[in-house]
Design a protein around this ligand. Structure first.
Ligand SMILES: [Zn+2]
Length: 324
């Protein structure tokens, strides 16, 4: 029996529906907000309003991408889901090293210990205190992805340990892996390292890769069987020159339309209407859907990008996945 694990419980993959595959619905303090006040997305009332507007256009599910001790607040994520009816998948894992600093506990624990923490988030419940201190109080809200991040120029020694812990967590639980590719690069190395540690490519989603508008790079990474998460669409011009649109057209032409999922990675206040900015969380279902339609990306392809691909990508592995 395959399933997708949302904060409010497990669902059948067919129940996922229209999905944004990399968002930041809640960033509740922590080092990211200390470094950059624009990251402060702690206001649940505001986000419920923004989310409801996207839900009115058909949004059914959101994959949240803020892992341990970097502003994750699973109680707030669960609250948002209850209030809006939008299904939310919460992450475990660790973000980029810059969001923790050199004295962070994650530098001192072993790969096994990291995997134990991630596994408990997936199988028991995410810590109400978000692994920010020595006291752990598990909620009933479980993680449905493990999120990890690479650095500029490739995986650092620290990143490698975190990737190994994510792979170990996947092997124990079947949880899919969502990665951050710095400036969109490094996806092929990330796939290689995860595969070397036993994760089949079909359980890996690589984020931000559309920052690199290179047909050969995308062909190779999608041909591996992994998924590319494209979230730059609103950062380009709203016309034919849009890099995300260009890549989608190329990859559909090259036969890889089954391997792309879409998100916004809208991690700043200024992207949200409720905070006085734009384009708002409706963008993918509103402006970008129009751009796709005008760019000859037809309804059946759009359905794959928004519905069938994420339903496959975020499904737990039924059994420890043999490398492919
Ligand atoms: Zn992100």
């Amino acid at each position: 029996m395959t399933f997708i694990r949302t904060v409010l419980g497990d669902i059948a993959p067919e129940a996922l529906g229209v999905t944004y595959a990399h968002e930041h619905l809640v960033i509740d303090g922590g080092r990211p907000v200390e470094l950059e006040p624009e990251f402060d997305l702690g206001d649940v009332d505001a986000m419920a309003t923004e989310l409801a507007e996207a839900a009115a256009l058909g949004l059914r599910s959101v994959i949240d991408a803020m892992p341990c001790d970097a502003g994750r607040n699973v109680t707030k994520l669960a609250d948002l889901s209850k209030r809006t009816g939008v299904q939310v998948v919460a992450p475990t894992g660790l973000h980029h090293d810059r969001y923790y600093g050199p004295a962070h506990w994650s530098h001192r624990v072993s790969v096994e210990e990291l995997a134990d923490l991630f596994t408990a988030d997936v199988t028991v419940g995410i810590d109400a205190y978000d692994y920010a201190g020595p006291v752990v109080r598990r909620t009933t809200f479980r993680a449905g992805i493990v999120k990890v991040a690479g650095s500029e120029g490739g995986l650092s020694a620290r990143d490698r340990r975190v990737f190994e812990a994510a792979a170990e967590t996947h092997l124990r639980t079947g949880v899919p892996v969502l990665t951050h590719c710095e400036h969109g690069a490094g996806a092929l190395e990330q796939i290689r390292v995860l595969r070397d540690h036993g994760v089949a490519a079909r359980h890996i989603v690589l984020s931000h890769v559309d920052k690199v508008v290179d047909r050969g790079y995308h062909r190779e990474l999608l041909a591996s069987g992994a998924y590319g998460e494209y979230d730059g669409s609103f950062r380009w011009k709203d016309d034919e020159s849009n890099g995300t649109l260009q890549l989608i057209r190329w990859m559909v032409e090259d036969g890889h339309g089954e391997r792309i999922v879409l998100g916004m990675d809208a991690a700043r206040r200024r992207y949200y209407k409720v905070h006085g900015g734009g384009p708002g969380l409706v963008w993918l279902l509103d402006g970008f859907t129009r751009l796709l339609a005008d760019g000859d990306v037809d309804e059946s392809v759009r359905r794959r990008l928004f519905v069938t691909n994420p339903a496959r990508a975020f499904t737990f592995a039924a059994a420890p996945s043999p490398p492919t």
